[in-house]
Design a protein around this ligand. Sequence first.
Ligand code: GLA
Length: 384
Amino acid sequence: MKKFYNEFLKIYGKSDKNISLYFCPGRVNLIGEHIDYNGGKVLPAALSIGIYGFIREREDNLIKVISMNIPNSIKIDIKSDLFFNKEDGWGNYIKGIIKYLKEDNFNIKGFDILLYSTLPDSSGLSSSAALEVLMGFMFLDMSDYKNIDKKYLSMLGKKVENKFLGINSGIMDQFSVAFGKKGNAILLNTDKLDYTYIPTNFGDYRLMILNTNKKRGLGESKYNERRKECEEALNIIQEHKKIEHLCQADIEDLEYLKDEKVLFKRAKHVIKENKRVYKSIEALNNNNINFFGEILNKSHESLKNDYEVTGKYLDCIVSIAQSHESCIGSRMTGAGFGGCAIALIDKKNINEFKNFVNRNYFDEMGLKCEIYEIKIEDGVKKLC
Ligand code: GLA
């Protein structure tokens, strides 16, 4: 980190103000995919990889941000009106956070910021949620607002995605990077925003990330399309039954969608995936890791065939992983359409598994993948 500290001084020069360091992790979702915008329960966990933010107060109203990973920098005048501008790229997330903090009457100071990310870009591990939550947390903490409300922070990040960027995502990503807890997954009820921690002890198995290195293309438009399909399915079921969210529907209610082939499949995934979350909790509570692994496999199948958000790269890596004898379960994680999968692997055979997947994935897709063990850590925090 010393290197980045020196880089900060090189870019922004010396000052009598202190440089502080903050961190916000990425996330992985264990189970409960594409149901956080349908009132379902999800089981994400914060990672040890994420985004570091070096920050120092300025004397004026400017916020300057430079990233060590991605070219392009951003300079924002806090007093000006802020609008989305495609050319600002990732800077739009920061503009959105500032805009809505101002609307909520927070008085934000001017800052120099240097970002450094250990998250692979566009890999479905929530680098955008990490950026939003990191920014919100740093701005408030550095502007002397203490006891930051993490629920507010999560909703702020979601508002930026939904209103500033036009992506109709749910609350899972922001909530998990804000509320993460070392060694625990978060069982989040997206309907009421209440949550409990579930210890992640997989016994003889280790949870691995398999990065397809296929960046999430077309993801945003398809994501919004799925969300719209879920709303349409809900509207039809609501003509027959009083429910507020698709996750409150039962399998029998699919009958009302029998003439709408696509909506039928989408709703089937949502209703069954929500049930899989309950079953997973039971399996984890009973230390039945094998059963949890089977549920992961079923989830992938459903995301592939009914929800249709996997794509050939994720399907390829998951099926290679599942075919290895030391793997008891694997599925895509996050939005899909590229990005990462997870797999539960017998701890004795991790190297053998890695070699097997690396080799076969490269042979089939002509791309190198990355495989590493997941470490579950705390959510956003100040490091020093
Ligand atoms: C993206 C969204 C989340 C969630 C997942 C799918 O990561 O940001 O809100 O919908 O996809 O589970």
